[in-house]
Design a protein around this ligand. Structure first.
Ligand code: 13P
Ligand code: SF4
Length: 307
């Protein structure tokens, strides 16, 4: 870490304390951002933590759908984004028209929306899910109702095959996770026979099949915390390594591919966070008519997950 970074971090910590700003970050954030955050989590934990926080100003260091979820779940609180252009191409690929078409063809259908979706798509969804609870949510939905699982076809395929439940998947995927190939992974496993392979469910089912553990970023972190192993092949975004090394600094973490870097997550910097908390910009808002419908899908997810 440079002297410039540590000075910035000190200034951010002082400024957020003076203004009572609470910083929530995703595990894919840069190391130095994870270090100044008050809470670091996967997308589910970030949403629940924002909702339960007693701070009136929350800065979300993550992509736009994460800040939107916080804004929807925390009416009356100020949600700040340090980089509103940080987005998720997969989330943006699904449109409300896609949902309306499904509902027209399947009037009794249910729309399960991964949190990686814009607020207006959540407003048309019956329930949200994240990678940490998708399996549980899907297992609790009535067996006779057709399911439209949006927008990640890999998560849809991985969860539905585990539950032997067929779903209609929207044909989109995360460009970072979906790019990993089975051949690459087989080679990594040959090169590192002692390592456990930990895979995010946004990866292709052909990759997931080879995994020793499949789960959300929080799941991967907790697996490494309790495993007796010393080597892990990581098939998710590179930022998770910093979080793992906080608990297990001695372990060897081998990236499944050097390309697993989300440019949107990495577009957030310490400089942008300092600007955001000094100027209280950019405030994330969701129109009330969208928010009051989208909150139902998010709250339903939290209700089913916490029971
Ligand atoms: P989780 O942190 O919920 O595993 O999600 C991964 C992701 O890609 C978020 O954009
Ligand atoms: Fe979207 Fe993939 Fe980046 Fe997550 S890692 S924000 S799913 S592009």
């Amino acid at each position: 870490m440079t002297v410039h970074d540590s000075n910035l971090m000190e200034t951010i910590i002082r400024c957020k304390q003076e203004k009572g700003i609470y910083i929530i970050a995703h595990y894919y954030q840069r190391d130095e951002i994870q270090d100044i955050a008050d809470f670091i989590g996967d997308s589910y934990a970030m949403a629940v933590n924002a909702r339960n926080s007693d701070s009136n100003i929350i800065l979300v260091a993550g992509v736009d759908f994460m800040a939107e979820s916080a804004a929807i779940l925390c009416p009356g609180k100020t949600i700040l984004s340090p980089e509103p252009a940080a987005t998720c191409p997969m989330a943006n690929s699904i449109k409300t028209e896609d949902i309306l078409r499904f509902k027209e063809e399947h009037p009794d259908g249910l729309v399960v929306s991964y949190v990686n979706t814009p607020a207006e798509v959540k407003a048309y969804s019956d329930i949200c899910c994240t990678s940490s609870n998708a399996e549980k949510i899907l297992s609790l939905l009535p067996a006779e109702r057709p399911i439209f699982f949006i927008p990640d076809q890999n998560l849809a395929g991985n969860v539905s095959s585990k539950l032997a439940r067929s779903v209609t998947a929207f044909p989109s995927s995360c460009p970072i996770h979906a790019a990993l190939t089975r051949e690459e992974i087989i080679k990594k496993k040959q090169d590192h026979p002692e390592a456990a392979l930990l895979v995010h469910p946004e990866c292709d089912p052909a990759v997931v099949e080879l995994a020793d553990y499949v789960g959300s970023t929080a799941g991967i972190l907790s697996y490494t915390r309790t495993s007796p192993l010393q080597e892990f092949i990581i098939a998710t975004e590179s930022g998770i390594r910093h979080a793992i090394w906080q608990y297990r600094p001695e372990v060897r973490l081998i990236m499944a591919s050097d390309e697993m870097i989300c440019p949107n997550m990495k577009s957030i910097t310490l400089e942008k966070i300092l600007y955001s908390i000094e100027n209280l910009e950019t405030v994330v808002t969701v129109p009330e008519e969208i928010s009051k419908k989208a909150v139902l899908a998010l709250e339903k997810m939290i209700e089913l997950t916490s029971n």
